[in-house]
Write a protein that binds this ligand. Structure first.
Ligand code: ADP
Ligand code: ADP
Ligand code: MG
Length: 649
């Protein structure tokens, strides 16, 4: 076994790998960027090496700097995590050439699976069913559109170099093909530097079921399947294992196909073979098709660990150190059911816009596994994936594992940034999901219901007021009644767009009356904790002007300073601001131009995604304040519209 390994990654996965390494007595080396100087993964490692600037291209994608860090610290092997350099065959070759071990498959195996078209051709030869479609070399638009006609609509255009759902377009009708092709190619060229696409039959009512494989270069086994059908825009949201409704026959057929795929390329290490399944007529052994193979550890690997009892990172280290596969296929068994939910800093009502922020408070429930790369006080920066944590629950049955997930999400507390916690909770309460009726369209179909935000009750407003005034804290026992005066104190709070001025009258050490909107809430302290009109108060934190009550997914109030309020009234909705730090990719507005509400005025690239900035109202552009190519801070003014009265004049 290695004495010391370097983890060429950050965040949750770097911390995850270090935990297992530590348990195995293997010392660890972290690498970090400017933004990650104080990050959890740096604090966890025995050694840490600074490798450059905050942008991934300046640090976590710098293979040379990472290899030099391994050599300087005496690490013998490099674990790539996922994302970044994990599926980069040139990096694998450089690691090996430097006399180090790459904890993962060979460069050759990664290359064979790297492009979706070549991988599909290889799998066809190995007798693995592939999605019907065209994955040839001819990229002539007329030829591709002919191929789509032959396959029959609807079809899916996919970037051959694609990943993370990018460069993919669903086309329902022949008339839409050419436009969709052009935009898929454009996105693929920017994201992957390769505009080539393939065309696939779009499977109706699709389910995404993938098989975890593990090889030692000679033999391979599978560790059963994961169902990742709960997706939003082709990105996984909640995963589970095993797949609901899976039959022993289909499991055996999928497992065999996945092992055949791994053995066809002499696979070494952890990998995932992704299949698309036609869910319209139940699960059948002939109803699944190969989509792609991910030649790395997958984000959702913990659900497999939960049902098999195997630590996949331990297996990765052992196999990379030269040991054979730790067990045979027959030794592997499924025990119960597991779920994973991906907790992100994102603004769900604003179209799942990635968010940033400093975590004023972060607490995970006991009784669930929480894999996280951040601690209370850490910052979600604009440079990387805004994942806060993965919450994993296990139970003897699917129903128990799911109810544990509901409870775990209810007890997860995050303050300091908006999150998708409420959305995850709503999903876990979805009836179809509870029945196991999953397909990749579930989220989009029921989106409105899933993203509806809880509104605070008057009891919540009352508690927020008490917390804002610092009156919820424990008071000394001897606080005399004379301290209490009926003179009300007032506080202004905002929840979303809703602003309230509340008046709090203290009527004794254990009683207060809070008035809002003309009605009064009685607050009573019973057995040491406050109750509001009979409803028990919840945990709360205040940091600066941000106040969070941990009911539902966390109710976030802003405490309004009366002075700021006057200043803010001047600004108004005339200015389009950057919602987060990022790069201005394009500006579509010119001074004097008339615009309508909803027009796209600029594109901001941040957190690996492009965000369109829209006109909030009809109007005329007065000023363009940022140009394409500019790096801007959150809140930076980008475009100003003429004030409404000016325009009318
Ligand atoms: P999965 O099916 O495991 O989600 P993806 O291919 O979508 O696989 O991506 C794997 C993970 O790698 C993502 O969840 C993301 O966190 C990370 N990732 C992908 N691309 C990048 C990137 N350019 N920089 C940093 N992390 C990335
Ligand atoms: P990526 O590399 O971006 O992960 P995949 O090929 O794995 O791309 O596809 C991502 C997702 O798109 C799948 O999980 C599935 O939801 C959907 N998808 C892919 N291919 C098909 C298809 N042929 N029919 C229907 N849905 C598909
Ligand atoms: Mg995929």
């Amino acid at each position: 076994m290695f004495d010391k390994i370097l983890i060429a990654n950050r965040g949750e996965i770097a911390a995850r790998v270090m935990e297992t390494a530590r348990a195995m007595g293997v010392r660890t080396v972290a690498v970090y960027s400017d933004a990650d100087r104080g990050a959890k993964h740096v604090a966890m490692a025995e050694d840490a090496v600074h490798i450059g600037g905050s942008a991934p291209a300046d640090s976590y994608l710098r293979g040379d700097a990472i290899i030099a860090a391994a050599q300087a610290t005496g690490a013998q092997a490099i674990h790539p995590g996922y994302g970044f350099l994990s599926e980069n065959p040139d990096f694998v070759e450089a690691v090996t050439a430097a006399g180090l071990v790459f904890i993962g498959p060979s460069a050759d195996a990664i290359r064979k699976m790297g492009l979706k078209d070549a991988a599909k051709a290889l799998m066809e030869q190995a007798g693995v069913p592939v999605v019907p479609g065209y994955h040839g070399e001819n990229q002539d638009p007329e030829h591709l559109s002919g191929a789509a006609d032959a396959i029959g609509y609807p079809v899916l255009i996919k970037a051959v170099a694609g990943g993370g759902g990018k460069g993919m377009r669903l086309v329902e009708r022949a008339g839409d093909f050419m436009d969709a092709l052009e935009s898929a190619q454009g996105e693929a060229r920017t994201a992957f530097g390769n505009p080539d696409v393939l065309i696939e039959k779009y499977i109706q009512q699709p389910r995404h079921i993938e098989v975890q494989v593990f090889g030692d270069g000679e033999r391979a086994v599978h560790l059963f399947e994961r169902d990742c059908s709960l997706q939003r825009r082709h990105q996984k949201v909640i995963e589970e294992a095993p797949a609901p409704g899976m039959t022993p026959e289909m499991r055996a057929a999928m497992g065999q196909a996945a092992v055949r795929a791994a053995q066809a390329i002499g696979y070494k290490g952890a990998g995932t073979v992704e299949f698309i399944v036609d869910g319209s007529s139940g699960l059948r052994p002939d109803g699944f098709w190969f989509m792609e193979m991910n030649t790395r550890l997958q984000v959702e690997h913990p659900v497999t660990e939960a049902i098999t009892g195997i630590d996949l990172v331990e297996w990765q280290l052992r196999v990379a150190a030269g040991e054979p596969l730790p067990c045979a296929q027959d030794d592997l068994q499924i025990n119960g059911h597991a779920f994973e939910a991906r907790l992100y800093a994102e603004d769900v009502p604003k179209g799942f816009l990635p968010a940033t922020g400093t975590l004023a408070h972060l607490a995970f429930p006991a009784g669930a596994r929480a894999d996280s790369g951040v601690r209370p006080g850490d910052t979600i920066s604009p440079f990387y994936d805004p994942m806060i944590a993965k919450i994993i629950t296990h139970g003897p049955t699917r129903a128990v594992a799911l109810s544990r997930m509901r409870a775990a999400l209810a007890d997860t507390q995050v303050a300091g940034t908006v999150t998708n916690l409420g959305f995850l909770s709503a999903l876990c309460a979805h009836e179809g999901f509870a029945r196991g009726d999953v397909d990749t369209g579930l989220i989009a179909r029921d989106l409105d219901k899933l993203v509806s935000q809880p509104a605070p009750t008057s009891a919540d407003w009352a508690q927020a007021a008490l917390v804002a005034l610092g009156l919820d804290a424990d008071l000394p026992n001897d606080a005399g009644f004379t301290l209490w005066t009926p003179t009300p104190r007032s506080v202004a709070l905002r929840f979303g767009e809703d602003e309230q001025v509340l008046r709090v009258a203290l009527c004794g050490p254990d009683r207060a009356e809070i008035t809002l909107d003309g009605s009064t809430v009685a607050a009573d302290r019973i057995a040491g904790s406050w109750h509001f009109d009979g409803q028990a108060g919840v945990a709360a934190v205040r940091k600066g002007d941000l106040l969070t009550l941990f009911r539902d997914a966390g109710l976030e109030f802003h405490v309004i300073d009366p002075l700021d309020r006057a200043a803010a009234a001047g600004a108004g909705a005339d200015v389009i601001e950057a919602p987060m730090p990022g790069l201005v990719k394009a500006v579509f507005a010119e001074p004097g131009q008339a615009v309508s509400a909803g027009d796209r005025l600029a594109v901001l690239e941040a957190m690996k995604m492009e965000h369109s900035l829209l006109a909030a109202r009809d109007g005329v552009v007065a000023e363009v304040l940022a140009e394409a190519g500019a790096q801007v801070e959150a809140g930076a003014p980008l475009i100003r519209l003429e004030a409404e009265e000016d325009a009318a004049a």
